[in-house]
Every structure is written in C-alpha cells, then in structure tokens.
Write a new protein. Structure first.
Length: 687
C-alpha cells in the first residue's frame, strides 16, 4: 500500500469492521436457512466486514420446540453446517452461527465459529432459561455439564466450551468471544471472564422474543456489559420467519462499544437485515491499560481467566483504502444532541459554582477579584462568580471586577466588559495599566520605550503580567481571592503568560473547561433566562466576537481586536479535537489526523452542536489538519508542560480530562516531542 492507502485504512488505526446479520428463516428448514446465512455473509464480506454475527439457532430456527428431538432435523442442521463451512472458503469474515448439536447423547444449543473452511470452535449455551415462556431445559443441556473440551464434527476435532477466544493474529487487538442469549441475563456472564482474558469483541447469538419494553432492556444489558468489560458488544436476535404460534420476534441487532451505541437494527423488518460498524479496538485496549481496576479484576479472577483458551486464526482483512464507517464527533467536548448539550452545560456550570463556593467557605474569604476583558473566558468566570455569590447569599458587589485596558484593547471588548459588569451588579472599576507597562518597559530597556514599534513576546507579557500583578495586590488590599479565567484549551497549548500572568490565580474555575465548551456554555446561559435582558444581550455579543489576547496594536480604528488568536495557534475547534484524543485516549498523531479528517473534511456530513450558528460551521482539508496538529504537538508535548506543572487549583468538570498536575495529567517538563512530530511527517497532505 502507498502512504495514502495506508493512512486511509481503518486497520492502520486500530479499527475493525464488524457485522450483525439478521437472516430471514424458515422453521425447521436448515437447507433454506443456511442459504440465507451464506447470502447475508457474502453481503457483509462485500462490505469488508471481519466478523459476522448471526442469531441463536439460526440454522434450524429457534422456535422448533420438540422438533429439536427429531433426528431428521439434527441431520439437516449438520448438513447445513457443512454447506456454510464449504462456502466460508470464499468468504473473508469469521462467521458466528447458531445450531443445535447432539454430542454424545446430549443436545446443546451452540454457537459455531466458522472461517476459511474450518470450524474454529463451538460454544455451548451455559444458562438455559426455564421460566415463563421459556422451557429450553426440555430440549437442551447446559454447556457447563459437559466434560468434553473437544468434540468431533464433520470429521475434525473442534474445541468445545464457553471458554474460547478466537484471536486474529494479523489484526491487533481483535479477540472474539461468543455467548448465547440468556448468558448475558446472568449476574456474571461468561463474556466477563473472556474480557478479563483479553477478548475485546464480545458477541451474543440470541433469539429473545419481543415483548413490550424488552428492546430497551436489551440495550441496557448490552450497554452495561460493554462498559463493564471495556469491550465491543454485538447482539443479534431472531427475526423474520420464526414461529409466531405464541411469541413474536423483532430481529433486534445492536453494536455497542464501551457502553456507546454505534448501530441498531430497525426491528420488525420483513426482510433480512445487516448492520455494519467500525469498532475501535485500539481505544478499548488503551482504556483497559489505563483503568487499574480492570487489571485488578484480572488478578481477582485469575483462576477462571487462566482456563480461557485462545484459538488463533488469520483473517487477511482488506486494508487498502478502507475509509471509516463511523460518525466521529467534531466537538468531543460538546454534544450535538440538544438534550445532552443541555445536561452537559448544566452540570459544568454547577460543578464550577460548587467548586468556587467550597473554596470561599474553606478559606474564609467572602470577596473575589477578577479581571474582565470582555472576552469569553473572563466573561464565563464572572458569570460563575455571580451565581456563586447568589448561592452563598452574598451580594454580587463582593465581586471586585476590573477591566484593565492597555495598548491594544479594542473599544468593542472594553465596552462589552463595562456593560457586562454593570448588568451583573458587581463592583466594577477600570484601571488603565498602560502607564505601569510603560514604566516596566523603560526599566527593562525594551525597544518600545525608545519609540520603536517592537511588539515581541516580552511586550505582550509585560501587559499580562501587569494585569495579574494588579489583581493580586487588589486582592491583598481587599481581603479577597483572585479568580482565574484561563481555560483548558489555553492550558493545553501553553497560550498563557507564566508566573505573574494569566497563568496564575488563587482558584481557576475554567481550568478544565475547553474553549469550545465555554462558547456553548455562554450561549446556553444566555438562553436560561437566569439573567436580565441586558446581560443576555451582551453575552451573545461577546461569544460572537473574534477571540484575541489584545496585546499587539493594530492599524485599524481600534473598534475590533487587531490580533486573532486562531491565526497563531490554530482553530480552537480543531485543537480541542486534538487535545481530547491525545490526552483522553493517548492516540498517536496519525490516528488523530485520521479521525479529524473523517470528522471535519465535509461540513455537510455528521451533526453539529445545536447552539452553533450556521455561519460558524467549517470544514478542514487534510493538509490543514496536519499543519495544526503539528503546531499542537509541538506546543503541548515540547514547550508547555512546565506551565501545567504549576497550575493553581480548579475543579475537574468532565471525563474528557483535566491537565492539573495533581489530577489527570502528570508529565515531565523537559520531555521531547520528536516521536509525535516525526510521525506527523508520514501523514499525507491529501487523499
């Protein structure tokens, strides 16, 4: 494969394509059913699936009743297995099919793994339901009662038991386990031990007749098991063609990954159904590595785990140029669903308020000092402060808010700062820091003090430092705490002035809130009717203003900010994407770029957060994604950690993480970034 083909293959980035197949069956007609199974498997194979899951007893149909004790039916099932086995020689994926098998005088409800002309293993059902409409013990024997570890079928010895894992030797992390229907309904399903033994793809061949509300219960079971086992979970229930003498069947298919639903069948379809999804096996492996409780569970259950047997097979998946069949959230910190977004904003806002309230009570302080620029971060921090005072039954006048214009402050942001402070009823003042900045620049003999237009980093840092120095002196004078405003995105990129600058405060409520979420938080707060009309209006204006540090003068009239932060460090929506995937999951740069390309290269595909204006919806070419990813990796891994190592306290708000040196992220300040930057060089500029 060339570089483009390799980059654009899901297998390069740790994914595997899986299929849940719901065939149309005829009761007690194995020849017909096997033909349907083969046809559906061929469809899945043409879509490059690696694993195909079919329902319980799909070769015979589940609803045969006492016909399972008829030798003619059992002989027909064995002949059908032979047909599927022969057909599998020209079908790439591993097939997991259900059939009744008579083994040494006992009848077992089995899941067969068939691949490339071989039966890799047979898993018998362990837990047989025998209540309400179920009477499986009338026909079948539990697999736990069988003393055999191998059985003979179609002239070959085949591993037998619920302790089998099928290991694809040429697809990293693809290890498959099967269980059957009721096995999942138990307190400790067999798949639990399989997951602890390394299985990443758990599958369930089910019949499961449909009753009112049962579909939701199945979803909950599959979600819980996939989450508890940190695994993908595939579920296939019997569908069209099963007997409706006393029961009905909906053909429910589900694909979960670590409790997230990737795909669900339409249910009650009159024809066969095929679900396809790409599961991120690498991400599952990463999560298992990070979560110490998972490895502790392996140790606790080591006797059961040690009994699990691995069966190797070679899959030979189609790799070249196989694009991702999966939705990737453009804004991983910001849900696209309006209900989920409302919950996210509500919880974030209240976590921040709760954290600040506790800090004030613990310290004995009743006043806050905050610098208000008219930008996003200080605006949101000020809103949090106002609500905290409300919750503590303290006057908002206890918030001492200062706007501190200097060389590059625009009239727009300065005006918005004053309007916001006034509308919130805080103690509002303005301090012109330009004279003190002038003095500092003269003291250090900066070229600007000699009349030269030198707007270097030192020129910028003098302003940031003077603002923070004023805030700390004001806090000391007024017996107050300095409230920090810098957000997670700035902390990740090191976009802050270290020490006595915007890096420092007594407590920072925004420390683990990314820029993209803050934008939506402010819009959400403006829609909540918790503040008056003037406040809501200025909030909307602030969130629509260009993001800028306002430290370098421009040649404009000064109404709008002259600097554009995103021209320097990249679009925050893209950098937040990079931050999420690299810190939350430890994903390598090439995979981050692959995911970003599928999320961002076409703005017409996928969903957007409900509060994002249409005009703000962007798309990015692969070369742009690559460029800004390089900027991100250099800044994050090479030059910013020393700032993160000395962060002030602040509450963690989301599972996306925090960069606190006391929490989610602990790293050396003098590490190198070469392994990340070198890999970026191998990312193509286009596809």
């Amino acid at each position: 494969m060339n570089k483009q083909q390799s980059f654009n293959s899901i297998y390069t980035h740790g994914f595997a394509r899986v299929a849940v197949c719901i065939p149309q069956v005829k009761v007690a007609d194995p020849a017909y059913n096997s033909a349907q199974i083969i046809e559906l498997a061929q469809r899945a194979a043409s879509n490059q699936a690696s694993v195909c899951l079919f329902p319980e007893l799909c070769i015979s149909a589940y609803s045969c009743g006492d016909l399972f004790h008829q030798d003619a039916l059992l002989d027909g099932c064995e002949a059908a297995i032979k047909d599927i086995k022969e057909a599998s020689k020209s079908i790439r994926p591993l097939l997991l099919v259900g059939a009744p098998l008579n083994i040494e005088g006992a009848l077992y409800n089995c899941a067969l793994a068939i691949h490339n002309g071989r039966i890799l293993g047979i898993v018998p059902k362990t837990f047989l339901p025998n209540y309400r409409e179920f009477y499986e013990k009338r026909q079948f024997t539990s697999g736990r009662d069988c003393l055999l570890s191998e059985v003979e079928l179609l002239g070959e010895q085949v591993p037998f038991g619920s302790d089998l894992i099928y290991n694809a030797v040429d697809v990293k992390h693809l290890r498959i386990h099967s269980e059957i229907c009721e096995d999942l309904w138990t307190p400790i399903p067999p798949s639990t031990y399989a997951a602890l033994a390394g299985a990443t793809l758990l599958t369930n061949l089910s019949a499961s007749n449909i009753t009112i509300g049962k579909a939701r219960y199945r979803r909950d079971l599959c979600a819980r098991q996939s989450g508890a086992c940190i695994a993908a979970y595939l579920y296939a229930a019997a569908g069209p063609g099963e007997s409706t003498t006393d029961l009905a069947w909906d053909g429910h298919g589900l694909i979960f990954e670590n409790d997230k639903l990737l795909k669900e069948a339409g249910r009650f379809t009159p024809e066969a159904d095929l679900l396809l999804a790409d599961v991120d096996l690498e991400r599952l492996s990463q999560d298992r590595m990070r979560l110490t409780s998972f490895q502790d569970s392996v140790s606790v259950h080591k006797e059961q785990v040690a009994k699990v047997r691995r069966i190797d097979f070679t899959l030979n998946p189609v790799e070249a140029g196989l694009p991702l069949l999966r939705d990737i959230d453009r804004f991983p910190f910001v849900p696209a669903d309006s209900g989920d977004l409302d919950t996210r904003c509500y919880e974030t806002f209240n976590i921040q308020i709760h954290g600040l309230k506790k800090r004030l009570k613990a310290s004995g302080f009743t006043k806050l000092v905050i610098g208000v620029s008219g930008g996003l971060d200080s605006t949101h921090a000020l809103i949090v402060a106002a609500k905290t005072m409300d919750r503590m039954d303290l006057p908002r006048s206890n918030i001492l808010a200062y706007t501190m214009p200097a060389y590059a402050t625009s009239s727009k942001t300065k005006s918005n700062a004053h309007i916001l402070m006034e509308s919130l009823g805080v103690t509002a003042k303005e301090i012109d820091i330009q004279p003190s900045c002038d003095q500092m620049l003269r003291d250090i003999e900066h070229p600007y003090a000699r009349g030269e237009e030198v707007y270097d980093v030192n020129f910028e840092n003098v302003q940031a430092g003077e603002r923070t120095s004023h805030l700390f002196r004001l806090a000391g004078q007024n017996h107050a705490l300095v409230l920090g405003t810098g957000d997670l995105s700035e902390i990740g990129l090191g976009w802050m002035t270290y020490g006595v600058g915007d890096h420092m405060s007594h407590y920072n409520v925004n420390a683990s809130v990314p820029k993209t979420l803050i934008q939506h938080l402010i819009r959400w707060i403006a829609d909540q009717q918790e503040f008056d009309a003037d406040t809501r209006k200025v909030l909307t204006d602030i969130v629509d203003t260009e993001i800028s540090p306002e430290l370098v003068p421009g040649k404009e009239d000064g109404e709008q900010p002259a600097q554009k932060t995103e021209d320097k460090i990249g679009p925050y929506e893209l950098q937040d994407f990079n931050l999420y995937w690299s810190t939350r999951y430890g994903v390598r740069p090439s995979k981050v770029a692959f995911l970003a390309y599928h999320a961002w290269h076409d703005k017409e595909q996928g969903s957007w957060p409900s509060t994002l204006p249409e005009a703000s919806r962007n798309e990015y070419a692969l070369k742009d994604i690559k460029h800004w990813l390089e900027v991100y990796c250099y800044r994050f891994f090479k030059i910013s950690q020393f700032k993160r190592s000395a962060l002030p306290d602040g509450p963690k708000v989301g599972s996306g993480g925090s960069l606190s040196p006391r929490g989610d992220w602990r790293a050396p300040s003098d590490a190198e970034a070469e392994v990340w930057l070198e890999e970026i060089k191998n990312i193509p500029d286009s596809l």
